[in-house]
Structures are given as C-alpha cells and as structure tokens.
Write a protein that binds this ligand. Structure first.
Ligand code: PAF
Length: 278
C-alpha cells in the first residue's frame, strides 16, 4: 500500500494500476464504518484508493474543523491489512492552493435538515468530492448511508454533471448499543455515550411503529415521544422522503427516512433509519 500526499504522486501510483478501481473518501479517524466501505470496495474492484482529508470547505464558522481528530498513522495501520492500494492524504494547500473561485451549487436538497443548520456544508462536500473523483477517476465510489443527505447529493451531482462513475451506498455500522459509528463519537464522555443512545432508540421506536403498520404521523410521534426527556438537544427529528428530503405528510405511504440530528453536550450527532409506511 502506498501513502501519497500530492496529486502528482497520486497520478504516478494510479498509472501503475490495471483493472477497475474504487474510491472511498474519508476525513480519517477511521472506524469500523469506514472499514465496511473499504471491505465492499476491495471485494468489488481490482484496486481501492482511500482519501483522507479534513476538508475545511465543509466546516462552518464555529464548527469543529480545528478539533476534528487527525489520526493518520492509526488510519494507515487500519488500511494496510484491508487490501487498499493507495492512500491519498493531501495537505490543505495541495487541494486548495488558493480559495477556489468556481463552486458547486448543490441545489435545493442542500437547504433542508443538515443544510439548514450548516448552510455551506454541502457545497464544501461536493467541491472536494468532485475534485477527488476527478483525480482518482474511479469506476465505483462508496459512501455510507449514515450521511444520507450527503449520499443523495453526491448521487445527484454525479447524474447532473454526467460524471462517469457509479455510487454505491453502504449501510450504517452500529455499535452493539445501537449507537451509529462516527468519528465524532470520540468527543463523547462515557456519560454522553449513554445519552447519545437516545438518537438510535428514537429511530428504532419510530421504525417499530412503522413495522406495526403505523401511519406516517404515528411513526414520527413514536420517535419524538421516545426522545422526549432525553439528555440531548434535538436539532431535528423528521420523517422525510429519502430522495427530496422534504417532510412527509401525516398520511403519506411508501418509503420514508427517519432522520435525526441532536447535540449531546457540545457534540452534534446525526443518524437515520429507513422505514416503510404501509
Ligand atoms: O463523509 C465524509 O467523511 C466527508 O463528508 C467526505 C465525503 C469525505 C468529504 O469530505
């Protein structure tokens, strides 16, 4: 496995690879969730490239850009036995030698939920995803369903800009407790980890209501009742259309996505669960 930090070195390594290639983009601080993306990528293509880059453009003022965990040596040690061919871990100056002037406008889906609280987030995500896809030119790229809105926007960018690759989604990895794996879980104290379980519990309670043939209104009510009184500050807990991310009406039918964002102490966590409303 080669670890490279410049676009030039990356191009040199890519030129040596024959066959299909996949891309797994990360911000590092790798956990089992990331490794499940890598596992799919290495199984389904001849070569896998993993990028590790804490992208300043996707953090807003006052967010955790400076504090975001940077654990390159540990990340490389996890990727080495996983069958990865190349790790691309550039510095900020390599990716953004100057403030980019041409920007990707992610459109209306980026204005709700995550985009409402973090208005510049998805434009920053799509900017780096587009750049790294251009550099790596993979046939397949893998993204986690935990960032469901991000995944939907990346799919839309790939379709709307005729980018020549396929996006594959990988299910959320959860700890035994139900907590969705996230690099930001490392910010949580033991007590906060307990508090954080309120998120996945609310989603599971909403899903149980859907599985018991509850109407959309009942599904949402079950999830909201579940999280009421928990030691978290809810940003949103909604039942949305999984493509448009618009909230579903109380009488809606079909596929829905229960999505939650909440602050556990100062840490903002997100989670989601697919539900089917009869
Ligand atoms: O999901 C993430 O970790 C990031 O948003 C991504 C896709 C690596 C872009 O920086």
């Amino acid at each position: 496995m080669k670890v490279v930090t410049t676009k030039e070195e990356l191009a040199r390594e890519l030129a040596k690879l024959e066959g299909t290639r996949s891309l797994v983009m990360t911000m590092g601080a790798l956990h089992e969730g990331h490794l499940s993306l890598v596992e799919r990528a290495t199984a389904e293509t001849d070569h896998t490239i993993v990028s590790i880059f804490v992208n300043p453009l996707q953090f807003g003022p006052g967010e955790d850009y400076e504090a975001y965990p940077r654990t390159l040596d540990a990340d490389v040690a996890l990727l080495e036995p996983a069958g990865v061919d190349v790790v691309f871990a550039p510095e900020v100056e390599e990716m953004y030698p100057r403030e980019p002037l041409v920007r990707i406008n992610p459109g209306p889906v980026a204005t709700v939920l995550e985009g409402k609280t973090r208005p510049t987030h998805f434009a920053g995500v799509l900017q780096i995803v587009h750049k790294v896809m251009n550099l790596v030119r993979p046939q397949l790229a893998y993204f986690g369903q935990k960032d469901a809105q991000q995944l939907a926007l990346i799919r839309t960018m790939v379709a709307d800009l005729d980018m020549n690759l396929e996006i594959r989604a990988v299910p959320i990895k959860r700890e035994e407790s139900g907590l969705a794996m996230s690099s930001r879980n490392s910010y949580l104290s033991q007590a906060e980890r307990e508090d954080a379980l309120a998120l996945s519990r609310a989603l599971a309670d909403g899903k149980a209501a859907a599985d018991a043939s509850g109407a959309a209104g009942e599904v949402l009510a079950a999830a909201r009742e579940s999280i009421e009184g928990a030691n978290v500050r809810v940003d949103y807990l909604v039942l949305v259309d999984p493509e448009t991310f618009q909230e579903l009406e109380a009488g809606a039918h079909g596929a829905g996505l229960l999505a939650v964002a909440a602050y556990v102490g100062p840490t903002r966590l997100i989670d989601n669960m697919e539900v089917s409303i009869a």
